[in-house]
Design a protein around this ligand. Structure first.
Ligand SMILES: Cc1cc2nc3c(=O)[nH]c(=O)nc-3n(C[C@H](O)[C@H](O)[C@H](O)COP(=O)(O)OP(=O)(O)OC[C@H]3O[C@@H](n4cnc5c(N)ncnc54)[C@H](O)[C@@H]3O)c2cc1C
Length: 379
């Protein structure tokens, strides 16, 4: 294993892989990616629902989410040389009650205030957009520029292209801590004691970033939460729209090969045994709760057969938006974590902006609201 690099990236998820690719593409010669597990994309990056959406986001995230959809996703398959299955056919966020509609209206007003093309539609318009949906739906928010993509081919596409450009990836390389040398974060210490050194370190290890950052005095307030997905047998083509609900009881889409991929929570996620997060167990309640939710919105899927379910960890930032940027109290350390269950859709633009930050350049849009040190005591 090389022991020195210009930049060491901790975490081989889509954020680490995309940053590695854009760094190598822009001329950085020695980039190392360290991944704790045996496989690249083992975290949320290859387990997620593939939603590529702007709607429903915090306004602090919207400018870069919108930039990513305009400038990265449409050409990503050609850029990476793999079919990322990007499908830009819109996102309907469904409501069945007046309380749901109020929630959707607030999200819509917020998004419109920063220029996103999203609107409220009534029951008839919902049926026109997607005739397979239940007549119980009384309205929805509709964002025609949202969509979905394939998380596996996208994540592994970035990995493959980064490898081709000379990035070195080491799997089975769990990082234990960071160390400062003469006041600057420079060393990365693996659990087996191996020490690597770099000019700059990018920490993109999901929830585990919190413990690693703490070793150099940086706190990134976030918690961990489990989320489940399931996939059905292939069904005849029904629709290409991405679906979500005001109640967040399910989200999902029909993949290009015909299977439906849905994600959901049962409401008991916070009591999951978190003692050993490497044990990724689905629980006995979520799948049935998810199926009930899906059937309540798409009655035609009542007979669809579920072939597999799985789960993954979310890294939930305290205020729901990620930490992206340099750490002023730990020179040499840049972080990108806390994506709170919606970091897949923004990963291409985030990877690109990380390469800009690491080169000391301004980012394509202002992301100062996501500064890692935004939680400063005000007393
Ligand atoms: C079930 C589920 C559904 C989701 N659905 C969507 C969706 O529809 N749309 C969307 O935009 N987002 C979604 N997300 C969120 C999305 O998957 C994540 O926000 C995104 O993948 C974050 O990428 P990442 O690279 O930061 O994290 P990860 O993919 O978690 O990568 C972090 C990597 O760091 C590694 N690591 C951890 N500790 C160490 C260590 N000590 N040393 C070295 N490496 C370490 C991990 O093994 C992992 O591979 C979903 C997530 C889940 C779990």
């Amino acid at each position: 294993m090389s022991q020195t690099a210009d930049i060491i990236i901790i975490g081989g998820g889509i954020v680490g892989c995309a940053a590695a690719y854009y760094l190598a593409k822009s001329g950085t010669k020695r980039v190392i990616v360290l991944e704790a597990t045996k496989s690249i994309g083992h975290g949320g990056s290859c387990r997620n629902g593939g939603g590529v959406r702007q709607s429903g986001r915090d306004v602090r995230e919207l400018p870069y989410a919108m930039y990513g959809i305009q400038h990265f996703w449409p050409t990503l398959s050609e850029e990476l040389g793999v079919d990322v299955e990007y499908t830009q056919k819109g996102n309907l966020r469904l409501g069945k009650t007046e309380t749901h509609l109020k929630k959707l209206q607030t999200l819509t007003d917020n998004a419109q205030s920063v220029g996103l093309g999203v609107e409220m539609v009534d029951a008839a318009e919902v049926q026109e957009l997607c005739p397979y949906l239940s007549k119980d739906i009384i309205g929805a928010s509709w964002c025609p520029t949202d969509g979905h993509a394939n998380p596996l081919t996208t994540t592994l596409g970035y990995y493959k292209r980064a490898l081709e450009l000379g990035v070195q990836f080491f799997t089975d390389a769990p990082v234990a801590m960071l160390r400062k040398i003469r006041g600057k974060v420079r060393q990365v210490v693996l659990q087996d004691g191996t020490v690597l050194e770099a000019e700059q370190i990018l920490l993109a290890a999901g929830y585990e970033s919190r413990a690693i950052a703490r070793s150099v005095g940086v706190d990134l307030p976030m918690t961990r939460l489990i989320d489940e997905m399931f996939v059905t047998e292939m069904e005849p083509h029904m629709f290409d729209i991405m679906l979500g609900t005001a109640d967040a009881d399910f989200y999902g889409h029909q993949a290009h090969h015909g299977s439906f991929v849905f994600g959901s929570e049962c409401g008991y996620e916070e009591v999951t045994d978190m003692d050993d997060p490497s044990k990724l167990y689905t629980n006995s309640m979520t799948l049935s709760a998810s199926c009930r939710a899906v059937m309540g919105y798409i009655p035609q899927l009542a007979e669809a057969k579920v072939v597999r379910s799985w789960c993954g960890w979310l890294d939930n930032a305290f205020d729901g938006v990620p930490f992206i940027g340099n750490c002023p109290d730990a020179e040499g350390l840049t972080v990108a974590c806390g994506f709170t269950g919606h970091g897949f859709g923004t990963a291409p633009v985030v990877g690109y902006m990380l390469s800009q930050i690491l080169h000391g350049e301004p980012t394509v849009v202002d992301i100062s609201a996501l500064a890692p040190n935004r939680f400063m005591p005000n007393k």
